[in-house]
Design a protein around this ligand. Sequence first.
Ligand code: CA
Length: 235
Amino acid sequence: MSLRVLLVEDERELRATLRAALDVEGYEVLAAASLADAQALAAQAERSGAGIDLVLLDLGLPDGDGSAFLDTLRRTSATPVVVISAREADGQKVRLLDGGADDYLVKPFSLAELFARMRVALRHRGTAVQPAVTAYRRDDVEIDIAAHVVRRGGTAVHLTPTEFRLLARLVRQAGQVVTHRRLLADVWGADATEQTHYLRLYMAQLRAKLEAEPADPRLLLTEPGVGYRIVDTEG
Ligand code: CA
């Protein structure tokens, strides 16, 4: 059975392009051009019992902000949501990610990137009940969260407890951006959510230990103004 995607996008051409591309990839597509359309389609899908497997959500919609849809959805559903937004909407992106969106893509994006992000978001669906990523391997870096072991090129890498917690938090959502606020809350605690300098310091330390060229990271990526992402595991 094919997965159902709710595509919320008011730009007609982009909506048509995405719909056609998703169709070729084997997704079943419900397309909405406004907030009201999206809410009606989501309610209808829920009533019919068919449900929706993933939402692609534009932010700037003619009758409101995509965040209103996310808020409503998150009250009842853990359906993955990937935000597709214009670059100027940085503040909105952070709010949406903190509010339960799974990831975001900045327009214009490639279809290959879109499908990759969708696969990651679908893999993480239901992270509250399913085990998240606990073993990570990419290039010469291996991370085993349960065993508390990190290796690079086969050699054990020593991490401080805080460095390990930060790395483990990113690995848990490998391939997905994690916001500054979420990282700070999960690693340092709820009262540290403004201390973004902790993140700069500890990310620099992790890169020095895990990256071939710490100044040009390939593994631990910065999402400017939003957070950090560890690139997706090789599986
Ligand atoms: Ca729009």
